[in-house]
Design a protein around this ligand. Structure first.
Ligand SMILES: Cc1cc2nc3c(=O)[nH]c(=O)nc-3n(C[C@H](O)[C@H](O)[C@H](O)COP(=O)(O)O)c2cc1C
Length: 218
C-alpha cells in the first residue's frame, strides 16, 4: 500500500465483530468478517484494483495462477445479470452491494512434454488462496468481502459466455459496512450473532491422526 488509509470499520465501532481468538491474530485477520449489510457507497477504482492486485500475488501450484475474476459494479446490466444468478437467500441482501465479483478457476492443466492436458487438481485450492489475499487487502482498505457459493454456476456461465474449461467457483460481495436496519429481520439477527469456530484442538493433530497437539493449551 502506498498510502495509509484509515479503516472504514473504525468509524463503525457498533459493527466491530473482531474474532474472539484463543491465540493472537494479526489485526487484518482478526477484523475480517462477512457482513450482509453493505453501504451503497461505491468502491473507489484504485481500491478495486488494489484488492485484485492482492489476488494476483497469491501463491499457486506451479505458478499457474488459475484464478480469474469477472467484476460487476452496481447499476450496470452485468451486475444485475450476476445478481440474478444468486440463490434467493443471497439475493435478499445483495441489492445495495456496490461490487459483485464472479471467481473462476482454469481447470485445465496444460500439456507438458509427453504429459497430455489434464484436470488441474489444485485449481480450486489456488482460487481460494487468491480470494484470501483479496480479502486481507480489502480489510486493510476498510472494505469487507462476503463470499457466496449460493449461486447457479451454469446460469453465470451462460450469462457471461464463460469458456467450458473455466469453472465458476464463488461470487464475492465487496464494499463498505452498511446499516443492518436495512436488512430483512432474520438477517439482522445473524449480522450480530456471536462468531463461532471449532476448537483448535479438534482441527489440529500432532504426529499422528487424532493425537492432541502438544503446543496447544488443554
Ligand atoms: C466458499 C464459501 C461459500 C460461502 N457461501 C455463502 C453463501 O452462499 N451465502 C452466505 O450468506 N454466506 C456464505 N459464505 C459465508 C460463510 O457463511 C462465512 O464465511 C462463515 O459463516 C464464517 O463467518 P465469517 O466469514 O463472518 O467469519 C460462504 C463462505 C465461503 C468461504
Amino acid at each position: 500500500m502506498r498510502t495509509a488509509i484509515p479503516p472504514q470499520d473504525a468509524e463503525r465501532p457498533d459493527r466491530d465483530r473482531r474474532a474472539p481468538s484463543d491465540y493472537p491474530l494479526t489485526d487484518l485477520l482478526a477484523r475480517r468478517w462477512s457482513p450482509r449489510a453493505f453501504a451503497e457507497t461505491p468502491v473507489e477504482p484504485e481500491k478495486l484494483a488494489s484488492v485484485l492486485e492482492a489476488a494476483r500475488w497469491a501463491p499457486s501450484s506451479s505458478n499457474l495462477q488459475p484464478w480469474r475474476f469477472l467484476v460487476t459494479r452496481r447499476k450496470t446490466d452485468a451486475f444485475d445479470a450476476l445478481r440474478a444468478c444468486l440463490a434467493r437467500g443471497n439475493q435478499s441482501w445483495t441489492e445495495r452491494v456496490p461490487v459483485l465479483i464472479l471467481t473462476l478457476a482454469d481447470t485445465l492443466l496444460p500439456a507438458k512434454g509427453d504429459k497430455p492436458a489434464a484436470e488441474h487438481a489444485y485449481a480450486l485450492h489456488d482460487v481460494g488462496l487468491a480470494v484470501a489475499n483479496l480479502t486481507v487487502q480489502a480489510t486493510a482498505l476498510g472494505l469487507f468481502v462476503h463470499q457466496m457459493a449460493g449461486f447457479r454456476p451454469d446460469e453465470a456461465r451462460a450469462a457471461f459466455g464463460i469458456p467450458e474449461t473455466f469453472r465458476p467457483v464463488t461470487v464475492l460481495a465487496l464494499g463498505y459496512l452498511g446499516d443492518p436496519a436495512a436488512l430483512p429481520a432474520e438477517l439482522q439477527e445473524r449480522e450480530r450473532a456471536p462468531r463461532r469456530r471449532k476448537p483448535l484442538r479438534e482441527l489440529v493433530f500432532e504426529g499422528a491422526w487424532g493425537e492432541a497437539a502438544g503446543f496447544l493449551e488443554p
